[in-house]
Design a binder for this molecule. Structure first.
Ligand SMILES: *[C@@H]1O[C@H](CO)[C@@H](O)[C@H](O)[C@H]1NC(C)=O
Ligand SMILES: *[C@@H]1O[C@H](CO)[C@@H](O)[C@H](O)[C@H]1NC(C)=O
Ligand SMILES: *[C@@H]1O[C@H](CO)[C@@H](O)[C@H](O)[C@H]1NC(C)=O
Ligand SMILES: *[C@@H]1O[C@H](CO)[C@@H](O)[C@H](O)[C@H]1NC(C)=O
Ligand SMILES: *[C@@H]1O[C@H](CO)[C@@H](O)[C@H](O)[C@H]1NC(C)=O
Length: 463
């Protein structure tokens, strides 16, 4: 057997390498389809078994993986395998010509055919037999809108309706749960796919600004994601509420990487490179402290006077403004709970509000308010709608505010400003609901611009 060993050893090596290559292909394919499910299960500490079952029993194949990518990959494997097979066939023929020793030659031949070509051939056939539905067929588009539009697997998973377990109705009385995304997402497909392109269970990219871009572009609500949001490096314990309301927060409690500034001091109105242009004085608490407690102009109403209109009745409300929560902080001192809308346009408005111990509501003007009809005692708005807003959009917004205000609730329009010639249009908008006027002040802001401040009360509507 000594004479045989050299070629045999070489062939053992070839076979070993082939097996490794095959193994890699198999692992690639398995990983592609399994790794998402296993990570998802790993993130749910309880009911691990149940979670796994749930993920594995989702049967709508078209949404469970990126079919195009998978079929491309399988095509690759198939063509590489057939190349390998050709190469081996050629080697066998060459050996037939080179070697005259019939014993070892036939032995090798047998060896190659049985140990190499056969397994490769059957792997080849096995791969060919995998039935892969065509990406653009086999699904009912009237039932599952938009799924076929998107190609990133996680987006498709997100918007696939999720059937309830065991055919039961959900707590909401529905058969399926639809995770919705705004229709304007189709216009921001690139951003959305970038946003949804992440490793499940690992850290998200530092990309909240991408989510905000989607929200502001009308792709709102933004999909939930299964990755972990990054926080600031050293989160310090927040201040107690008796101190937090009027103290600048610790810089370390904000992740600054997506802002121009790197600390709160830099957000000062004196800094021309602060990175934002709306509500520029909002981070100066000394200035903020004067608002609503001292009347600088006719259009400034005092909280004291407003609450006196409905003594004891104003308990909960919404502040639709761009700001750092000073209105909510002041109202808290009057035992009124205010939720403040906040978008982080150039500065950490949401973080600031939260660090002050108040509630930031991260929402855009595109969305219906997440409150039920006739529930809030007060809606306050300042530095927000201000003369730029399209009248029809304003109409939708005001009707929604009217919806959530309770009968007897107050709408406080705080120094709305616009150019003089638009004033009549805007005044009509605010007056159209027939609210009772407690206060109504129009005053000059500049030669061309005017302020409108109003305190209006929603009438009862017992129809
Ligand atoms: C899609 O589903 C709807 C309702 O379930 C059905 O009426 C329609 O025929 C289906 N279309 C296709 C192409 O299967
Ligand atoms: C849930 O599905 C069942 C059977 O498919 C149907 O009879 C029922 O009306 C559905 N319920 C809802 C709320 O869609
Ligand atoms: C805030 O309240 C805590 C106790 O709740 C007290 O120890 C602390 O002195 C208070 N701070 C101020 C500034 O009043
Ligand atoms: C503030 O309002 C009070 C009454 O509400 C008035 O007496 C006072 O003159 C006002 N101050 C300014 C600066 O407008
Ligand atoms: C707010 O509530 C506290 C505790 O109930 C009370 O002591 C305080 O007087 C209230 N403040 C106002 C302005 O009503």
């Amino acid at each position: 057997m000594e004479t045989v060993c050299i070629p045999r050893c070489r062939f053992s090596r070839i076979v070993a390498i082939l097996q490794i290559i095959l193994g890699v292909f198999v692992v690639l394919i398995s990983v592609a389809s399994i790794h998402r499910f296993s990570l998802a299960g790993f993130l749910l500490p309880n009911n691990n078994e149940e979670a796994c079952q749930r993920f594995h029993t989702i049967k709508e194949g078209y949404a469970d993986f990126d079919l195009k990518a998978l079929s491309d990959r399988v095509e690759d494997v198939v063509s590489q395998l057939s190349e390998l097979q050709d190469k081996l066939d050629a080697t066998v023929q060459k050996m037939d010509q080179d070697r005259k020793d019939s014993m070892t030659r036939s032995e090798f031949r047998r060896f190659l055919q049985e140990e190499v070509i056969q397994p490769v051939y059957s792997a080849h056939i096995a791969l060919r037999l995998i039935r892969i539905p065509k990406p653009d067929s086999g699904f009912n588009s009237t039932e599952d809108p938009l799924i076929n539009f998107f190609t990133v697997e996680e987006t498709r998973k997100y918007i696939t309706p999720k059937g309830n377990k065991n055919g039961k109705l959900s707590k909401y009385g529905t058969n399926k749960t639809y995770a919705t995304i705004g229709h304007a997402c189709v216009l921001m497909r690139k951003e959305l796919e970038e946003y949804m392109n992440y490793d499940i269970g690992s850290y998200c990219n530092d990309d909240w600004h991408l989510a905000q871009k989607l929200m502001l572009g009308g792709c709102d609500p933004v999909p939930r994601r299964r990755c972990l949001a990054r926080a600031s490096k050293l989160y310090q314990q927040p201040l107690p509420i008796n101190e937090s309301l009027w103290t600048m927060p610790d810089d370390r409690n904000v992740r600054w990487s997506n802002y121009r500034c790197r600390n709160f001091k830099c957000l000062s109105i004196k800094n021309p490179r602060r990175g934002f242009s709306r509500c520029t004085g909002c981070f100066e608490l000394e200035r903020e402290k004067l608002k609503w407690v001292t009347n600088a102009s006719l259009a400034d109403f005092l909280i004291r006077d407003v609450l006196a209109v409905k003594p004891g009745e104003i308990r909960i409300g919404l502040d639709v403004s761009i700001g750092t929560g000073s209105f909510a902080a002041r109202m808290r001192e009057w035992n009124v709970t205010i939720v403040s809308t906040a978008l982080n346009v150039g500065a950490p408005f949401s973080e600031m509000i939260a660090l002050r111990g108040l509630i930031p509501l991260y929402t855009t003007l595109s969305q219906r308010l997440p409150f039920f009809d006739n529930t809030l005692d007060l809606i306050h708005t300042s530095v927000f709608l201000d003369g730029w807003i399209d009248l029809q959009l304003l109409d939708f917004v005001l009707f929604d505010w009217d919806r959530v205000l309770r009968p007897g609730g107050l709408l406080w329009v705080d120094k709305f400003f616009c150019i003089r010639k638009d004033l009549d249009d805007y005044m009509y908008m605010f007056q159209q609901f027939g609210y009772k006027k407690h206060k109504w002040v129009v005053s000059f802001k500049s030669k061309e611009e005017v302020y409108l401040s109003a305190l209006l009360e929603k009438p009862p509507r017992s129809l």
